[in-house]
Design a protein around this ligand. Structure first.
Ligand code: PY5
Length: 305
């Protein structure tokens, strides 16, 4: 899905025209992948655009930066405000938001610490990441032959730009084999997550998701799903899952900012089926919550004006 340009991008404190938001080819992050980013969404609500769990996303951005010892030259509050400003100035009722912290031009050694730290925030309209058909009827997944990285090799707790080459190896393999998305096992062989989403299964009415220690990103949608499910009276637990737990699950779905709640209808050619009742209910509550229609989750929305 090609990016639709919008008007302005926030770069290091200034809103500049979309086409001027450029970096030098010797930008450090381009060469070695030390950068951190977020994927956030703003939704249309009755009170105008609202950013879903914005402060939580920006706090995770700072946590990712801390892991890589990148000092962001702004505060959390400043980036929160800059994000709202960028959404507002572009005049979109809803959009995807991509804040990125990257190391700039000036050094080429492997020591990233002397590099200048840059921050940009871009927004553009982005529909269902795994497709409208997938959102309604479920996607077909493949367990990747590529493993999710071990926490002592590259930390899955951080959303580092470079670590996504691992996700891309898995995604390309899955697409080339005719599937929509890849599921990644950790070095021990347990399910970690999908290439850009966390994963849940439903079994006997309970929801189970791999623990963060299995190599899953500390997903904000994952956390929202856990809260919604518990509020619905569903038992949710974290447990190591084997690939066969996915094959025999009653329901499977993945979740993330881009993918929202996407049902899974097939894994490695084993049929899970059309979206089940638990998946559909959580999808429904999530979609209402992000649009400001559920009072209980009002604190998840940060309005841009
Ligand atoms: N796991 C990985 C590896 C992710 O990249 C993402 C988000 C998630 C889980 C879900 O996290 P959250 O719920 O906090 O978004 N992926 C990005 C996103 O914006 C990039 C996808 C292209 O959804």
């Amino acid at each position: 899905m090609p990016i639709t340009p919008t008007e302005k991008i926030w770069m290091n404190g200034e809103l500049i025209p979309w086409e001027d938001a450029k970096v030098h080819v010797l930008t450090h992050t381009l060469h070695y992948g030390t950068g951190v980013f977020e994927g956030v969404r703003a939704y249309e609500t009755a009170r105008g655009p609202a950013v879903f769990r914005l402060t939580d996303h920006i706090e995770r951005l700072f946590a990712s930066a801390k892991i890589f010892m990148i000092d962001i030259p702004f505060t959390v509050q400043e980036i929160v405000e800059a994000t709202k400003e960028t959404v507002k100035v572009n005049g979109l009722p809803s959009c995807y938001i991509r804040p990125i912290v990257y190391l700039g031009y000036g050094e080429m050694g492997l020591n990233p610490m002397p590099c200048v730290v840059n921050v940009s925030i871009a927004v553009w309209p982005w529909g269902a990441y795994l497709g409208d058909e997938g959102m309604q009827h479920g996607v077909r997944m493949k367990i990747s032959s590529w493993r999710r990285h071990d926490p002592n090799i590259i930390p899955p707790a951080a959303k580092g730009t470079g670590q996504y080459i691992n996700s891309q190896l898995a995604k390309v393999e899955a697409i080339k084999a005719g599937y929509d998305e890849a599921i990644m096992l950790n070095p021990q062989g347990f399910v970690a997550e999908a290439s850009g989403e966390n994963i849940f299964i439903a079994r006997d009415g309970d929801l189970i998701t791999p623990p963060l220690s299995a190599g899953a990103l500390v997903g904000i949608t994952r956390d929202s799903v856990i809260r919604i499910a518990r509020d619905l009276g569903v038992n949710v637990h974290e447990a190591d899952l084997m690939r066969t737990d996915l094959y025999t699950a009653d329901e499977v779905f993945v979740c993330g900012t881009a993918a929202e709640i996407t049902p899974v209808r097939e894994i490695d050619d084993r049929v899970v089926g059309e979206p089940g009742p638990l998946t559909k209910k959580i999808q429904e509550v999530f979609h209402a919550a992000v649009r400001g229609e559920v009072e209980r989750y009002a604190d998840w929305l940060e309005y841009v004006s």
